[in-house]
Design a protein around this ligand. Structure first.
Ligand SMILES: Nc1nc2c(ncn2[C@@H]2O[C@H](COP(=O)(O)OP(=O)(O)OP(=O)(O)O)[C@@H](O)[C@H]2O)c(=O)[nH]1
Ligand SMILES: [Mg+2]
Ligand SMILES: [Zn+2]
Length: 295
């Protein structure tokens, strides 16, 4: 990397954590967010909306977000989204390449500079529709878990959530439907972390919209008929937390694959392969979050 010195030595505040960085920095020296985001935001002259996708490791964040962005850029329904900067395309490119080779993408690395960050301009395809500048990073679940367990381990996660206009919380419906308490507890921890980050006054309920996305709903198809009912039964602690502390939340069921095959990897672990990609319920939570963002 070149280390050219800037005449006039201007600095720019990071969009996520507000640390001042040299204009020629590639990533923020404090939180690791790409500085291209800031350059893009400056060029657009509009404040970007950050929508954060959170959830445990292996819940399906990367697959969901990659599929969502791909559907948007292929003009699914009446949406349209234009990626800003080639780096924004990497996530959808990566996910779709793996899925079309009938594999799932690898897990996201813990290191912030390995995460895919995306900047998209999304709008409905009708005249005069509002344009949303969306920043959506794909974070590693392990990093989220580390931050929730001991805050300040990953300051970028806290800064991101503080700045978020909306959040999407992914919860593994396959695991929850099979009776595991893990998804409920992890989601409960995340929501209470979020509550702590976003709340202004104790007695006030949080107004930031949170879409609770029941991922891998293909494992528990009943989820599609009644996501809220499924959550009440299988994610009761999370449901109660939402009711008590959040003003604006909604449950959605999604799945990306239609059929799975099973095989083994080099170390003889059984792993699923996506034989058939059949996205269901991908756009609905996104649409809902957009509808809740203030003008
Ligand atoms: N059945 C089914 N399995 C899925 C679906 N989406 C993801 N998976 C499975 O979940 C695994 C994890 O998906 P990822 O998107 O990588 O999960 P992640 O939340 O990004 O995980 P981290 O990167 O570790 O935080 C995949 O390897 C698949 O085995 C889905 O729609 N249906
Ligand atoms: Mg991931
Ligand atoms: Zn930063």
């Amino acid at each position: 990397m070149s280390t050219s010195t800037y005449s006039g030595s201007t600095t720019l505040p990071c969009l996520i954590c507000e640390t001042q960085n040299q204009t020629d920095a590639v990533v923020c020296g404090n939180c690791g967010a790409p500085m291209a985001l800031i350059q893009e935001a400056l060029a657009q002259d509009r404040d970007p909306c950050i929508i954060t996708v959170i959830g445990d490791s292996n819940v399906g964040k990367t697959v969901y977000l990659g599929m969502l962005l791909d559907m948007l850029s292929k003009r699914a329904e009446d949406f349209e989204a234009v990626p800003k900067g080639a780096y924004s395309v990497n996530l959808q490119h990566n996910v779709i390449s793996y899925l079309s080779a009938r594999q799932f993408p690898p897990k996201t690395a813990m290191e912030v500079d390995e995460w895919h960050w995306t900047y998209y301009q999304a709008s409905r395809r009708k005249r005069g529709a509002r344009i949303y500048d969306l920043v959506m990073p794909d974070m590693a679940g392990e990093a989220i878990a580390a931050e929730v367990a001991s805050p300040q381990t990953f300051t970028v996660i806290r800064s991101l959530l503080e700045k978020s206009a909306g959040a999407m919380l992914l919860v593994d419906a396959g695991l929850a439907g099979a009776g595991s308490p893990q998804p409920d507890f992890f989601a409960l921890k995340l929501m209470s972390y979020l509550d702590g980050v976003l709340v202004t006054k104790r007695e006030q309920r949080m107004s930031t919209p949170v879409a609770v996305i029941l991922s891998k709903a293909d494992y528990s198809p009943e989820c599609f008929d009644d996501p809220h009912g499924f959550a009440k039964t299988n994610l009761n602690r999370l449901c109660n937390m939402c009711e008590a502390r959040f003003e604006s939340y909604e449950f959605f069921a999604t799945s990306v694959v239609g059929a799975l095959g099973y095989g083994t990897d080099e170390s003889e672990n059984v792993i699923p392969y996506p034989l058939h990609v059949a996205p269901r319920g991908i756009l609905e939570p996104f649409e809902w979050v957009l509808s809740k963002l203030g003008r």
